[in-house]
Design a protein around this ligand. Structure first.
Ligand code: GDP
Ligand code: CA
Length: 406
């Protein structure tokens, strides 16, 4: 293999490599246009010498809310939020490297749910912002990412950061991402049975770091945490929601409020007269997930890395520490859901959706994917100070395709 194909091989912990005085730094800028927010990840790499391959040195991260899809009818205003984040990169990247630093934006489920016309208008405005910047704008620099890549690239990120893609003994870990509008599950099947039982479009071969991985991955559109709230309320994909009140047993009895998502306003409230609490809520949420997801047998006994809203809701309910993360069992989410749903007055100061969110997470894991009560979930926000996001995997892929490293 040529050196060029191997550049990524030594991306590993800096302390394992000799310090080289002729350190050469380069950058990659990746935007995540998610359904609930837009984020910039500016990655720094160091090429210590021509013989040594570059190492990931660090990340600068910033985010804004709401996401691009909230600007469905004001694409210029949406692009303005991207511009403000890109201005950070102007400060972070030394001027002499601007024109060799690639900038890419990939949109996920928020834009997938918009009409083609509105989504393209947003992407066009963002593309103009990029063209006006001093950075390298590759072809297809602004696009909606395919859901299967979202899962694969997050899997690459987590397994790279945990050191599973290097060396001989690779014990890769599966990943669970719960976004606002979609959710992904990805793992490397170990059993031949899994390949036989799995629908073809759930299996994707992916080449990275000189290996080919045949991964199980799927992105479920409409099964993100916020989309699931709407589905539970019966408001998902409704044409006209104006003025209509959506009620649920998962919400505080007396609650009546408004909520904006994907540029639409929803009115929602508690079951004033009817039941509330975990039992009726679980039944409501079950209708959203039961029988809707593929359940690979193989995952029942294995542990997974979980991030995004799995992490956020575990933090909100003190199941894990915000900085440290932690290891949970699926049944910990269920226990917490019961505690919150059956004492909604006590948790009123937190989000009114806390009961619904925890119940949904429980149902998604158990009845959706088919995990066991005692399945271990490693909740992680950062590994070695790098965000666990598909954006790092996407940046490796980008640099590789541009041959930017030599
Ligand atoms: N760990 C981590 N979580 C992130 C990052 N960016 C967004 N998230 C989480 O992703 C969730 C929101 O999902 P979002 O990307 O907006 O929706 P999607 O389009 O459906 O994927 C929230 O829980 C965020 O905290 C990141 O860089 N690192
Ligand atoms: Ca996301």
């Amino acid at each position: 293999h040529s050196n060029r194909e191997m550049w990524f091989r030594d991306f590993f912990p800096a302390n394992m490599c000799p310090i080289n005085a002729k350190a050469d730094t380069f950058y990659g800028i990746m935007f995540d246009a998610g359904s609930t927010g837009t984020r910039i990840h500016i990655y720094t790499f160091v090429q210590k010498s021509p013989e040594n391959l570059p190492e990931l040195e660090g990340e600068i991260f910033e985010s804004v809310k709401p996401g691009l899809s909230a600007y469905a009818d004001q694409p210029e205003k949406g692009a303005e939020t991207v511009k403000r984040l890109l201005d950070m990169a102007i400060d972070a990247v030394p001027p002499h490297l601007w024109k060799t630093t690639p900038v890419v934006l990939k949109a996920t489920a928020g834009l997938r749910l918009l009409s083609e016309e509105k989504a393209q208008a947003l992407l066009l405005e963002v593309r103009e912002v990029f063209e006006e910047s001093p950075f390298l704008v590759p072809e297809d620099s602004v696009s909606i990412m395919d859901g299967s890549y979202e899962g694969i690239l997050a899997w690459i990120t987590v397994n790279f950061l945990t050191g599973q893609l290097s060396g001989q003994n690779q014990h890769t870990v599966g990943t669970l991402d719960l976004g606002g509008a979609s959710t992904q599950i990805t793992f490397l099947p170990r059993f031949e049975e899994t390949f036989k039982e799995t629908p073809g479009d759930f299996l994707t071969s992916f080449e990275m770091f000189n290996s080919t991985y045949k991964l199980y991955t799927h992105s479920y559109l409409g099964f993100g945490l916020k989309a699931a709230r709407l589905a539970t309320l019966g408001a998902l994909n409704m044409e006209a929601v104006d003025g209509q009140m959506f009620r649920s047993s998962c919400l505080p009895k007396q609650l009546e409020a408004e909520w904006h998502f994907g540029g639409v306003k929803y009115r929602y409230g508690g079951n004033k007269e009817g039941e509330t609490g975990f039992e009726p809520c679980y039944l409501e949420v079950l209708k959203v997930v039961k029988g809707k997801l593929h359940q690979p047998d193989e995952i029942r006994g294995s542990s997974f890395y979980a991030f995004s809203y799995y992490y956020d809701r575990a933090v909100d309910t003190n199941l894990i520490d915000y900085e440290q993360g932690g290891v949970l069992e699926v049944k910990d989410f269920e226990r917490k859901a019961k505690e919150v749903c059956d004492n909604m007055e006590r948790y009123n100061s937190a989000s009114p959706f806390l009961c619904m969110d925890l119940t949904y997470i429980t149902a998604l894991l158990k009845e959706g994917f088919g995990f066991r009560d005692n399945t271990l979930l490693q909740l992680t926000k950062k590994v070695n100070n790098i965000e666990t996001s598909w954006t790092l995997g996407a940046t490796f892929h980008l640099l590789q395709s541009l041959g930017l490293t030599y």
